[in-house]
Ligand binder design. Structure first.
Ligand SMILES: *Cc1c(COP(=O)(O)O)cnc(C)c1O
Length: 379
């Protein structure tokens, strides 16, 4: 990071390390090189910074979108239409129509009413929509409740036992082509055994569908691979080799079957930091507060998920260490980045970096309190 340049920048802002992004993408490419039937789609919702998207598209990844806006973003950044998939429980008519016009690869369908509407809208345009059904495999991802999605009682997807009737219904609709099954069990998954469990469920489901004479061309195993938030420098690139090895070993693939992955966080989290300036150091009675110019409006993860980010003092990394609560200026008591956090003692004007903020950081920023949205630098 070129901190002398940062000194002239308006804070807060996001900083993206594009070299690390390239290395991360190369690591994924290397880990899947021996599996030509593996296709990785980037989940746009993690980060859509222009430079970041451009590099991911140039790397030949597909795009996993959850809104018409994201489909537009992917399209504008050079992702091929037939590499775009569209997920989400509440696809609006205009979003479905736009996706049909572009000729995207697949709709990941999450309910039967949605299937009927896609069929109807496709019929109106004389097109056939390719669909995959999102199934809840009932696998516990052992992650935060707000980011667990693969359990049965969940707004996402269809229950396991509804798979066969859904596929039958799809086969009876003239403007629908069934091309696969989709699973996404959660986010920030660090227990890789959850993926092993997912593979077992998929194998069982596949066998039972085969008995009914059904072949599933594409298996989409979702995303969710976690990153190391506590020690980003020791694990700047997630262990993609171990992650993909599980699927290579456990998934019982059929001839001609392809496997899709939808990674978001693990691709972009470590390459981004939120850079903020210290406004005040306030001496409380039992605590000391570092008040910074970034708030939950710039990085909501701590307030929303109780997550933690490593905080570096870029201006005085060698200052004596002490314990602080690091807080933002927003009028909400949840606007706290860290409590009792030991760091090099900051002073007014110091630049701090909130690390591992590339995923679900800038894209989740809001203007609450009439604040300006943070900008970004990518280099
Ligand atoms: C959010 C999401 C992803 C990406 O999740 P990460 O944890 O960022 O890898 C993939 N697929 C679907 C359907 C999602 O909703």
């Amino acid at each position: 990071m070129n901190i002398s340049r940062f000194a002239l920048c308006e804070t807060p802002f996001y900083y993206y390390n594009l070299t690390l992004l390239q290395q991360t993408l190369d690591s994924i490419t290397a880990a899947t090189a021996d599996s030509p039937n593996f296709h990785v789609h980037y989940a746009l919702k993690a980060c859509v910074a222009h430079e970041v998207l451009q590099i991911i598209a140039q790397h030949g990844f597909g795009a996993d979108c959850v809104s018409g806006g994201e489909i537009e973003m992917a399209h504008q950044h050079g992702f091929a239409a037939n590499d775009i998939v569209f997920a989400g429980v509440g696809k609006a008519d205009w979003e479905i129509l736009r996706a049909l016009d572009l000729g995207i690869q697949c709709f990941n369908v999450e309910s039967l009413p949605e299937l009927e509407i896609i069929n109807e809208l496709a019929a109106r345009k004389n097109l056939v929509a390719r669909v995959a059904f999102r199934i809840n495999p009932n696998v516990d991802a052992h992650t935060h409740a707000k980011i667990t999605t693969g359990l049965n009682e969940n707004k996402f997807g269809l229950a396991l036992e509804d798979t066969l009737p859904a596929i039958r219904r799809a086969a009876s609709l003239t403007n629908i082509q069934f091309i696969g099954l989709h699973f996404h069990i959660g986010s920030q998954i660090t227990k890789l055994d959850s993926y092993r469990e997912l593979c077992i469920r998929i194998n069982e489901l596949q066998s039972s569908l085969e008995e009914e004479g059904i072949f599933v061309p594409t298996l989409n195993v979702g995303g969710g691979l976690g990153v190391n938030y506590t020690a980003p420098d020791t694990e700047a690139i997630p262990d993609f080799a171990s992650y993909f090895t599980i699927f290579k070993q456990e998934l019982q693939l059929r001839e001609g079957q392809s496997v899709h992955f939808e990674l978001g966080r693990s691709i972009v989290a470590q390459c981004g930091s939120l850079i903020s300036r210290v406004l005040y150091v306030k001496e409380g009675h039992s605590k000391r507060f570092v008040i910074v110019d970034a708030g939950m409006t710039d990085l909501i993860r701590p307030a929303m998920y109780g997550s933690t980010h490593q905080i570096d003092n870029l201006s005085h990394p060698e200052a004596p260490k002490a314990s602080f609560d690091v807080v933002g200026p927003i009028c909400e008591s949840s606007d706290v980045f860290a409590t009792d956090y030991v760091m090099p003692t900051p002073q007014r004007g110091d630049l701090l970096a909130f690390r591992s903020a590339g995923a679900y950081g800038e894209i989740m920023a809001s203007q609450y309190n009439c604040r300006r949205l943070p900008g970004h630098i990518a280099e």
